[in-house]
Design a protein around this ligand. Structure first.
Ligand code: HEM
Length: 142
């Protein structure tokens, strides 16, 4: 997949013990920096949502070497996000907030290289989620 999987795994393992804090900080940044997405989470149980987000990040990172598992998982996740109202333009907001949260929770051990590899990984994740959404979207036939 061309990603620096080893570095992604290592850096994620370093924040895993602080996963709850990561989720907390992530949504904090997302809602502060991109208040336009807040209404989408209005009726969502955020305690549950934080757990689901972390669980999905764990699945993603654990399967970076297994494209045959990762790609369909991301495509299905992307397809479900159509129901949540997630649009293509929302993905950079989530990516930016996630990387900001990873950097914050990692602390001094964070560096430019990590920003780079996580940005690349997020781009790949987005690509597959959007591909899954596109497959499910009904094609307009006028
Ligand atoms: C890396 C990208 C993303 C990941 C890993 C992710 C992960 C998840 C997961 C695991 C859930 C729980 C429900 C399910 O599994 O279907 C969820 C729900 C949700 N996601 Fe995402 N998501 C991502 C991107 C986005 C984006 C770009 C948006 C748009 C703002 C978004 C908005 C939502 C909303 C509103 C829900 C709540 C659904 C509900 O319970 O009504 N997500 N996300």
């Amino acid at each position: 997949m061309g990603l620096n999987v080893e570095l992604l795994e290592r850096s994620f393992a370093a924040v895993a013990p602080k996963a709850e804090e990561l989720a907390e900080v992530f949504y904090g940044h997302l809602f502060a920096d991109f208040p336009q997405v807040k209404p989408m989470f209005e009726n969502v149980d955020m305690a549950e949502q934080k757990k689901k987000l972390i669980a999905s990040l764990v699945v993603i990172v654990n399967n970076l070497r297994k494209g045959e598992v990762l790609v369909p998982t991301l495509e299905q996740l992307g397809a479900r996000h159509l129901d949540y109202g997630a649009q293509e333009e929302h993905y950079p907001a989530v990516g930016q907030s996630l990387i900001k949260a990873l950097a914050q929770v990692t602390g001094d051990a964070w560096n430019e290289e990590l920003t780079q590899v996580w940005s690349e990984a997020y781009a790949v994740i987005t690509e597959h989620m959007l591909a899954g959404a596109a497959k499910r979207s009904p094609v307009a036939t006028v």
